[in-house]
Design a protein around this ligand. Structure first.
Ligand SMILES: Cc1cc2nc3c(=O)[nH]c(=O)nc-3n(C[C@H](O)[C@H](O)[C@H](O)COP(=O)(O)OP(=O)(O)OC[C@H]3O[C@@H](n4cnc5c(N)ncnc54)[C@H](O)[C@@H]3O)c2cc1C
Length: 439
């Protein structure tokens, strides 16, 4: 039997959203998901599946039934000829990476962390960096969903293609995904080169760096002219592993990137005027490092310091201009930003609600420590972003509504038409979806 808990408080990872749930259920298989959705409908409850709760927006919020799909985990099959794996929807990315790796496979690209569930990650358009690579949703080849009426449907480019197009990045608005078939590649190693570089010289050669590396990104430290760049490139099969020494990993990733960073953020929150000095010290502490490791170990880092985030996608060539406008705004205002600004790139794709829909994209993400007010800074960035045709990441903070979003996501009306068909009563609705989709 599904385990059921009644009336619990829930909040997301960042603490930006909280709600009282009427019911929480942990179905063990698809049949139990169907039962739960039907029972919720008969009681008039709205329904949401939750992944790891790592979205900053209210996309995963419900006041009704929350379905926790932790029991629907693991790789079900791998088709080597087609280069795809069928996986259960609740599989956390770190489990998926390990299981794929055990079979000699990997996801072609990943974001910064691996705590999300696969269905949650594709549900908001999670992406990494790399101009020849897309976000995770574009890799989906087929899906199984439980719809609002309790029916189970399979969709793919040839089977209910409209539902497939919408559900590859479905915002949890169309149904409960139970299985996904996703593109995989033979496991590969990446050579990572990370080094501090001056902002203006990075911006001068950013197009070349994005084009000539498999994965290029950089972090700019506000109030300084310093960045940390990351270039990750595939190495030929047979290259030996050269992972980071344990002490180096503990020093850079555990101590500097997490524990000391937490302390410095607490200090900057109590004494904002110290922020510039702290950033100067932090960016000077960055050192060059180079290592070769399994792709998922290179892509992913631990993020223990809690923060809030807003990220926007732009036409790729706008990166420099947008970032310089943001720097200019920070320079002109008395706002102390203790978190680096992250800049990435991605290939164009054909996913209806993708931030990279039919456009090569640059991403700029701003963050604030979770105990600091983000309002003025994020609002200022949003104003710059919208001037440049920015598309907001669906899982990260923004204030835009359907009118703006319809302008920058040209397939929004097609998405809403599919939603009207499969969920006319808005069983999977919530206030965030009402705002961004208009109803
Ligand atoms: C520390 C941190 C680092 C991050 N790094 C990146 C990054 O590098 N790149 C990037 O693009 N994003 C990044 N994000 C954002 C994150 O990847 C997305 O917000 C993602 O959606 C979170 O996945 P989740 O499993 O927590 O999903 P949740 O936030 O729990 O849910 C997201 C949506 O998916 C829906 N959903 C979940 N499961 C199902 C299902 N089975 N069927 C239907 N709908 C479902 C939910 O209802 C909700 O609508 C980061 C977030 C954090 C907190």
């Amino acid at each position: 039997m599904t385990r059921v808990v009644r009336s619990v408080e829930w909040s997301n990872w960042a603490g930006t959203e909280s709600t009282r749930l009427a019911r929480v259920a942990t179905p063990r298989d698809e049949a139990e998901v169907v039962e739960e959705v039907r029972a919720a409908a008969s009681r008039g409850l709205r329904v949401k599946a939750i992944g790891a709760g790592h979205s900053f927006t209210g996309v995963a919020v419900t006041d009704g039934l929350q379905l926790r799909l932790g029991a629907l985990s693991g790789v079900m099959s791998i088709d080597a000829t087609r280069g795809e794996a069928t996986v259960r929807a609740g599989t956390p990315l770190h489990v998926l990476n390990e299981e794929l790796s055990a079979f000699g496979y990997a996801l072609p690209n990943l974001g910064d962390i691996d705590r999300q569930s696969i269905a949650g990650a594709v549900g908001t358009g999670t992406h990494g960096t790399g101009l020849r690579l897309t976000g995770l949703s574009a890799g989906i080849r087929a899906l199984r969903l439980v719809l609002a009426d309790g029916s189970v449907v399979a969709c793919s480019p040839t089977q209910d293609p409209e539902l497939f197009q919408a559900a590859r990045l479905g915002l949890g608005a169309l149904g409960i995904i139970t299985e996904l078939t996703i593109a995989v590649v033979p496991a590969f190693l990446l050579h990572a080169v990370e080094r501090p570089e001056p902002l203006l010289s990075v911006l001068e050669q950013v197009d070349d760096a994005a084009e000539s590396n498999d994965h290029f990104e950089f972090y700019w430290y506000p109030h300084t002219d310093r960045t940390q760049t990351k270039r990750n490139n595939r190495v030929p099969v047979g290259t030996a592993l050269r992972p980071l020494a344990g002490w180096r990993e503990r020093l850079d990733d555990d101590l500097l990137a997490n524990r000391l960073f937490e302390v410095s953020n607490r200090v900057a929150t109590r004494l904002p005027r110290t922020t510039k000095a702290i950033n100067a010290i932090a960016s000077r502490a960055l050192a060059e490092r180079s290592y070769i490791d399994a792709s998922h170990r290179v892509f992913v880092t631990a993020r223990d310091v809690r923060f809030v985030e807003s990220e926007w996608a732009f036409p790729r060539r706008s990166l420099r201009e947008v970032l310089l406008e943001l720097r200019d705004w920070i320079d002109r205002h008395d706002e102390r930003i203790s978190f680096p600004v992250e800049c990435r790139v991605a290939a164009a794709d054909d996913v209806w609600l993708s931030t990279a829909y039919e456009r090569e994209s640059a991403y700029i993400a701003v963050h604030r420590y979770h105990r600091q007010q983000h309002g003025r800074f994020f609002d200022a960035f949003e104003a710059i972003a919208t001037e440049h045709g920015g598309r907001p990441h669906w899982g990260k903070l923004h204030t835009r509504g359907a009118d703006y979003l319809r302008e920058c996501y040209p397939r929004m009306d097609d998405f809403v038409a599919v939603r009207d068909r499969v969920d006319p009563e808005r069983r999977f609705g919530n206030p965030y979806l009402e705002r961004i989709l208009g109803r």
